[in-house]
Design a protein around this ligand. Structure first.
Ligand SMILES: [Fe+2]
Length: 297
């Protein structure tokens, strides 16, 4: 079989054909896939016949895997698999990069479709590299100097009075360990040297600015990430696997399927400590995530 890579949009996304995910990859294929991930940021595979064990085995070609989540429970009997389930009500309809509140967030995320709603339920994936390239020079110079504090402990835009008991319990679990980490707003990709805006929903404050000032700057930069031209809108079929580079993308699960069943399984690849354009590394203020993720070299 020869591997075929079909670009989906100019800035992000490719469909991969000719790779059987249920079998171990040879070195050549795994190198080609890493190269494709570097270029396209998000890869879509046919994953017919793949189960949890197979998803983990495939993802391990990209590095060590993390446990399911620093605070949220795994799939029963599969400690490295996070259920992404509409029934669990854990809505991800906000732009974010996975787990950026820890010191070394996952370098890549895989999502495998198990139950797909009859309509809607797309995953949007945005290139933060394209966003950075789009910035006008004065904004790029500003972004280059900024550092942002990321945390799992903030109000998810849900008014207090709308939070029911179940949501409150989920939130208590999500924040059972409080994390605060400072990352560069402009992250340099360790494999490509490419620069990307590293913000997303967990970035809550710009170091040195007030919460109000921070919000304005973050919103201004975020608008470049979510430009339609920078976004892949992936409409799921059953038995697909999407692998995206969590170092240089953000994503959003569209809540447009009327609460119909939707279930994906997520497995993430352990990441490195982010580095800014001057070579300075991120640093943790609060929360130890060593039980969650090994540190990638
Ligand atoms: Fe996510």
């Amino acid at each position: 079989m020869t591997i075929e890579i079909h670009k989906v949009t100019a800035n992000i996304g490719a469909r991969v054909e000719g790779v059987d995910l249920t079998r171990p990859l040879d070195q050549e294929t795994s190198t080609a896939l890493r190269e494709a991930l570097n270029v396209h940021k998000a890869l879509v595979f046919d994953a017919e016949g793949l189960d949890d064990a197979g998803q983990q085995a495939f993802v391990r070609h990209f590095g060590d895997i993390t446990t399911a989540h620093p605070t949220v429970s795994a799939v029963d009997g599969a400690p490295n698999v996070l259920p992404v389930d509409s029934e669990g009500g854990r809505a991800a309809n906000h732009w974010h990069t996975d787990v950026t509140f820890v010191l070394n967030p996952p370098q890549a995320t895989s999502l495998r479709s198990i139950t797909v709603p009859p309509y809607g339920g797309e995953t949007l994936i945005a290139s933060s590299a394209a966003a950075y390239r789009n910035l006008p020079e004065p904004l790029r110079s500003l972004a280059d100097t900024l550092w942002a504090e990321h945390t799992n402990d903030y109000d998810y835009a849900v008014p207090e009075e709308d939070v029911d008991e179940e949501q409150a319990a989920r939130r208590a679990q999500f924040t059972s360990i409080k994390y605060r980490t400072v990352h560069p707003v402009v992250r340099v990709h360790p494999l490509t040297g490419e620069r990307g805006l590293f913000i997303g929903g967990f970035a809550q404050r710009i170091v040195g600015l007030s919460p109000g000032e921070s919000r304005k700057i973050l919103d201004l930069l975020q608008a470049y990430v979510t430009r339609p031209e920078n976004v892949l809108r992936h409409r799921w079929s059953p038995n697909q696997l999407v692998l995206f580079d969590n170092r240089i993308t953000q994503h959003y699960a569209v809540d447009n399927y009327d609460g119909r069943p939707r279930r994906l399984h997520r497995v993430t690849v352990a990441g490195d400590i982010p580095v800014g354009i001057e070579g300075k590394e991120s640093y943790a203020i609060e929360g130890d995530a060593s039980h969650y993720s090994p540190l990638a070299a």
